[in-house]
Design a protein around this ligand. Sequence first.
Ligand SMILES: Cc1cn([C@H]2C[C@H](O)[C@@H](COP(=O)(O)OP(=O)(O)O[C@H]3O[C@@H](C)C(=O)[C@@H](O)[C@H]3O)O2)c(=O)[nH]c1=O
Length: 180
Amino acid sequence: MHVRHFDIKGPALILPKRHEDARGYFYEAFRDDAFRQTVADVTFVQDNQALSKDRATLRGLHYQRSPAAQGKLVRCLKGSIFDVAVDIRKGSDTFGRWLGQTLTASGGEQLWVPEGFAHGYVTLEDDTEVFYKVTHPYSPEHEAGIAFDDPDISVAWPFDPALVILSAKDKAQPRLAEMI
Ligand SMILES: Cc1cn([C@H]2C[C@H](O)[C@@H](COP(=O)(O)OP(=O)(O)O[C@H]3O[C@@H](C)C(=O)[C@@H](O)[C@H]3O)O2)c(=O)[nH]c1=O
């Protein structure tokens, strides 16, 4: 697998090596030893899968508070997304900055979003399925969110913010400044 890093320290883009033949392809979608050595020495404890029926469905920006903070390893099983991580690590040089990456089922790219980041994505196609591994179990009492359109963060989402499809919860998320 090939690993790329970003200006914001911590997150990584993972490009698994695909073996193609006449039948199709084979690849190691996740390998614990390689991940620990080249990306992060973490243990994944839960796998999540989400289907979004419509293009422009936006989920986020979400995180779990300490001591239930989660690292997330995100990929697309069907369709494609624009996946976003926002640095909310207190004292970080890049606090409040975001990075975005297109993840496609056809390309197999994976984004590693460590603890200390809020995470969100928007679907680029109808019937998009997202799969992600997390390093801490779901804990509703530690769930938190930030408005996807917080002007202090200014994520360049690939859709008009007025046109995205949101959950009731995500329509009412606070701004990052209100969280501190
Ligand atoms: C996240 C989660 C939700 N649920 C339940 C709660 C609720 O009834 C239903 C849907 O939950 P949500 O509306 O929070 O789903 P969703 O908006 O897809 O939330 C997810 O968004 C992305 C961006 C993330 O990064 C994830 O960590 C998670 O927060 O699923 C679980 O049972 N386990 C879980 O781990």
